[in-house]
Ligand binder design. Sequence first.
Ligand code: AVJ
Length: 330
Amino acid sequence: MSAAASPAPLSVVVDEHVAAAVELGLGSRPKRLPAWLFYDAAGSRLFDQITELPEYYLTRTERAIFAGHGRAIIARAAGDARLRIVELGAGSAEKTQLLLRAAVERQQSIVYEPVDVSASALDGACDCIEREIPGVTVLPRVIDYTHGDGRRFHLEPADENERRLALYIGSSIGNFEPREALRLLRRVRAGLVPGDSFLLGVDLAKNENMLLDAYDDAAGVTAAFNRNVLVRLNRELDANFNLQAFAHCARWNRDRSRIEMHLVSRVAQRVHLAALDMTVDFACGETIHTESSYKYRPGQPEALLTRAGFTPESSWTDDRAWFAVCLARV
Ligand code: AVJ
């Protein structure tokens, strides 16, 4: 076959997981996109920037809890055994370091097992931690703990004299609908054994304006993070979203105790996604719901943990009760 006769190469290799999620979400009413779509390389960098914004209190508040109570958390989880630490979702390395340091202080060395659905997410985190904290051995694991049944979250047995402390911090659980959150925690529970424990970091319901500011910062970083999902669809699905034609919007849904992020169509418009062979019409003011971030009420995290089969043991919060970390036992 001559070069001229071969078909033009596709400009993009389509990821089927992305394609299916976008087709379903933009074909729904109201329109929506899953929050995991935010985290391509550019989106992950924008999220890192968000964590340093003055309005985004979550990261620094959780870090302050670990700085103040890291030793107590480790002591509680360990009891009279040695710990190894498993973390679901890489990327919160910086806060995790506070717990790893507290553990090394207590038992001289520790095995740290960061778990993520993607290998690339694990690459960066590992070497850096081993270099920065002598005594830590990193064993990265690629496991999709967000899908499938409990058996999928399978960890090799720890040493006989070791207990696992599994971390799911950073309010990551907040992106899940309550039912999905319960399923996820049950899956984690199924991968642990009696004596192990679980530390969950949750953001708490608070003053509405403070929440809205945290998700609509003055510098516009969160707006760029939100719109980046359209940049991604333009690139990966050969779409023609006009970024200026969509406004970033953060709303507090009081009934469901969640912040919602939307992209609001500023005009009536038609968008084409060539790779999906899909045309999507937007009315003026119509939105794409891109994220929910649940804010827990007092007692709710513990109730959720109990329903997932854990026994809540202790919870720690900051002085202003903005954020909580809850330790539960298997
Ligand atoms: C990474 C899910 C904890 O919900 O606060 C930040 C993501 N979205 N700003 C959150 C996010 C908008 C973040 N989590």
